[in-house]
Design a protein around this ligand. Structure first.
Ligand code: HEM
Length: 359
């Protein structure tokens, strides 16, 4: 690794961490500048695995590395542009309008008949997100616990790519996801993405399916857990506050804490030089200034395709939750935050629902 000063001016928002060998970008305006700059590549997996995993993960878990490196969130143009274009129509406004009434039904089915004491992660956030992504992909019959078990294995690995034990579990889960998708495609079941990928190599199709499945499960469930926690932590909670609660949560606790990029050439930023090949971790914590855009869904060419879906599902769920359970309280002492370095969210969120609204 090349020599450089370990000194970074205070409040620079751009910091070189010599012991870890990467840059962090924290200040929201700088984060936007990096995300909008074509000199930064999104193809970071191999470099991250080389730096943190010392190549062991690639050796022990080749299937995992092959599938993740085919996720188009990992690609740059022109490959990224083509892959993204293929999927874009599936997340259009028209599709969202088509799914909305079923999303309302899913939310009602999940909230109907809940006992008084629940864990909002396993009994609300995970089943809602699993059934909504199931609707989008045509995987309605698959158990929420199974899907979230797989996505947890992948997120645990993405939060600590140096852990070969996590990589082994993540590979097992990606293999299971792939088997499910392949069997669905080959048996001609109602897979809603299969037509889009019918002319593609099966590996590429399976990779795209696993990316959408993981993206839909993991971040949405984390956001739902966070907004339930945030709403029950306010002195008064009401469905009228839903939009503000969701936005505040996305700004302060983005489900995905950061995205990574690699400089493709030397880049001058804040009087410092990010060298070609350097890894840069860009924070998605948007800052409290409501005039600046939320960063939780990224920015630029990789802006989250599932954002309108997630926002719709989260708003429907939170409005209905607050309407039905005006007296709900959170048992903060027993709530457990997830220790994952890459994601915000709760591992467990015990709630007492209390008296229910009759309306
Ligand atoms: C709270 C929920 C969500 C959050 C916070 C979130 C966050 C993000 C972020 C930050 C990116 C950009 C990554 C980068 O720039 O490297 C992204 C991309 C993406 N997200 Fe989401 N996401 C969410 C929900 C979803 C859902 C529900 C889906 C699918 C149903 C989805 C599908 C995607 C896809 C396909 C991309 C790749 C876009 C591209 O590379 O062009 N996301 N998401």
């Amino acid at each position: 690794m090349h020599q450089r000063s370990s000194y970074t001016p205070p409040d620079a928002g751009l910091t070189w961490l010599p012991e870890l060998g990467y840059w962090t970008v924290e200040e929201p305006e700088l984060c936007r500048a990096v995300l909008a700059d074509d000199q930064f590549s999104s193809s970071t997996l191999t470099t991250s695995l080389g730096s943190f995993g010392r190549g062991k993960v690639e050796q022990d878990c080749p299937y995992l590395v092959d599938i993740l490196s085919r996720w188009f969130v990992e690609m740059d143009p022109p490959e990224h542009t083509d892959e993204r274009r293929m999927l874009q129509g599936h997340f259009s406004r028209g599709m969202l309008a088509k799914w909305e009434s079923r999303i309302v039904e899913i939310v009602n089915e999940v909230l109907d008949g809940l006992p008084d004491e629940i864990d909002a992660v396993t009994e609300i956030a995970q089943p809602v997100s699993a059934q909504v992504i199931g609707l989008v992909m045509g995987l309605e019959d698959v158990d929420s616990d199974v899907l979230h078990g797989w996505s947890n294995d992948i997120s645990r690995f993405l939060g600590a790519v140096y852990r070969t034990d996590y990589a082994v579990k993540a590979q097992w889960s990606v293999e299971n996801m792939s088997r499910l998708i392949e069997s669905q495609i080959s048996s001609g079941q109602d897979n809603r993405l299969a037509d889009i990928y019918q002319d593609c190599d099966i590996r590429q199709s399976v990779a795209a399916h696993t990316m959408v499945l993981f993206g839909g499960l993991e971040t949405s469930a984390r956001l739902i857990g966070q907004v339930i926690h945030a709403s029950l932590s306010l002195p008064v909670n009401s469905p009228r506050h839903v939009d503000a609660i969701v936005e505040d949560s996305l700004r302060g606790f983005p489900p995905l804490k950061y995205v990574s990029r690699i400089a493709q050439s030397d880049v001058e930023l804040q009087r410092q030089t990010i060298r070609a090949g350097d890894l840069v971790m860009v924070s998605l914590t948007g800052g409290r200034d409501v005039a600046s855009p939320v960063l939780a869904f990224g920015m630029g060419r990789h802006f989250c395709l599932g954002m309108p879906l997630t926002m719709l599902e989260t708003r429907i769920l939170l409005s209905e939750f607050l309407r039905r359970f005006p007296a709900a309280t959170i048992e903060d002492a027993r709530a457990r935050k997830d220790a994952n370095q890459a994601y915000h969210g709760f591992e467990s969120l015990p709630i007492r629902l209390g008296a229910r609204s009759c309306a």
